[in-house]
Design a protein around this ligand. Sequence first.
Ligand SMILES: CC(C)(COP(=O)(O)OP(=O)(O)OC[C@H]1O[C@@H](n2cnc3c(N)ncnc32)[C@H](O)[C@@H]1OP(=O)(O)O)[C@@H](O)C(=O)NCCC(=O)NCCS
Length: 176
Amino acid sequence: MAAPDIRPATEADLPFVTEIYEHAVRYGTATFELIPPDLTEMTRRFRTLVDGGFPYFVAVVDGKVIGYAYAGPYRPRPAYRFTVENSVYLQPAIHRRGIGLLLLQRLIAECEARGYRQMIAVIGDSANAGSIGVHTKTGFQMIGTHPNVGLKFGRWLDTVMMQRALGEGAGTVPAS
Ligand SMILES: CC(C)(COP(=O)(O)OP(=O)(O)OC[C@H]1O[C@@H](n2cnc3c(N)ncnc32)[C@H](O)[C@@H]1OP(=O)(O)O)[C@@H](O)C(=O)NCCC(=O)NCCS
């Protein structure tokens, strides 16, 4: 497989993004959504993020989008404005080839460049070794587990909270 190109997403990428996420919603426990959002809804979400100043990347191999990652607000209240929550999803066939790592590294670097100070991963399912592994490898620390807060596929699911400082983190206070 050729080396992936990690680049900012455009609306032309969203059909592929929608398809990748649809598989994760239908068959996976990383997301607690139960009904896959359609292209219109994914486009609405994309525009909200990009218009809000958040980065959104895709991984492209041989011209095909095979994964994506974005950051969004952690929580809406304004004191959280320097903290982002991240998402990263790949096509299932290309897991464990270093592409999630590349996407997450690029997302972290871009969030640092944009002045964000903390990144939080809310990982669906404490059995999600891939997500816990890639976040650990990119410097996230384990914060803790919310046990049994989700119900999907007829079973209770945990969320795992991981966190990483960005840039100067809490070492300084931003001017604005
Ligand atoms: C989570 C995900 C993005 C990881 O991407 P990936 O390309 O498969 O992972 P990488 O190959 O980049 O792995 C990087 C490192 O993470 C760790 N890792 C990845 N998968 C792992 C697994 N299944 N078990 C343990 N560690 C794992 C390893 O340290 C790995 O480095 P190594 O291969 O040199 O040992 C991908 O598996 C995925 O899309 N999963 C389904 C959706 C999901 O869970 N998204 C996260 C939502 S919070």
